[in-house]
Design a binder for this molecule. Structure first.
Ligand code: SF4
Ligand code: SF4
Length: 243
């Protein structure tokens, strides 16, 4: 059968032979291009349920593959390999090994939510991308992404103090990701802020960075949130058969 659109076939699935004679006919080189049979034997029949068990993935079953999410996607516009519709298809079909081929780019969703507004089925593709990236981390296929590390730093601070202090979040995030604190863009931003920031506000920010103030009476609320977070994490690990 002739190959009409070679660009749609993964290069490793195309086979050519320098020297090949079939039934006395020399079909060497270009004429001997064959497509490797594509047989998927390792279906994960639970894949859709596993993604649906993670925050954001709940409505994946509603997808009818219209492609509006990919058409509107910010990241797809610069990298056509970033394809939410295709990944949702693979997940619903249980094609785990195919999904894993793209494991290093799925986390790149920038959460702009353009897909969320374009989706006619309320699938929340942005949430599905987040759930899929989370699934990849939990299954050990990828290390924690910077986005996950940022979320962790943010959550830890809320649970500990009931407040958000941006300076400390940035410091903690840089420490977790091995980045130097003195970065050119940050120094420049601090300089500009220092020029415009009212003195009292600057003082309060500095004070909060050093003394880590807590919301009054926060202990019980913090403990309740922490308990809930641990409960949810245990539930997710159970849904993925990780415990
Ligand atoms: S939220 Fe993510 S998947 Fe959706 S359009 Fe933006 S980058 Fe693409
Ligand atoms: S826009 Fe919604 S229904 Fe259409 S392919 Fe994307 S997730 Fe599926």
């Amino acid at each position: 059968m002739p190959i009409h659109e070679q660009s749609l076939i993964r290069p490793e699935n195309l086979k050519t032979h320098d020297k090949l004679v079939l039934d006395g006919v020399d079909v060497s080189g270009h004429w001997s291009t064959f497509i490797e049979p594509r047989v998927v034997t390792d279906y994960n029949e639970a894949l859709q349920e596993e993604i649906a068990a993670l925050p954001g993935g709940e409505h994946i079953h509603r997808c009818w593959q219209c492609g509006s999410c990919t058409n509107s996607c910010t990241v797809n516009a610069v990298n056509p390999d970033f394809n939410p519709r295709f990944w949702i298809y693979l997940i619903r079909m249980g094609m785990e090994s195919e999904l894993l081929r793209d494991k290093d780019i799925i986390w790149q969703c920038v959460s702009c939510n353009k897909c969320t507004y374009a989706c006619p089925r309320d699938v929340f593709p942005e949430g599905v991308m987040k759930a899929t990236a989370h699934w990849l981390e939990l299954q050990g296929h990828t290390p924690k992404s910077k986005s996950t590390l940022f979320d962790e730093e943010f959550t830890e601070q809320v649970m500990a103090t009931g407040k958000i202090e941006e300076g400390r979040i940035i410091r903690g995030f840089f420490a977790k990701t091995g980045q130097a604190l003195m970065q050119d863009w940050l120094v420049e931003m601090a300089k500009r802020l220092a020029r415009r920031l009212p003195i009292k506000l600057g003082f309060l920010m500095g004070w909060a960075t050093i003394f880590r103030p807590r919301t009054r009476g926060w202990s019980r609320a913090g403990e309740a949130i922490e308990e809930y977070v641990h409960e949810q994490q245990a539930k997710q690990r159970k849904a993925l058969s990780l415990e």
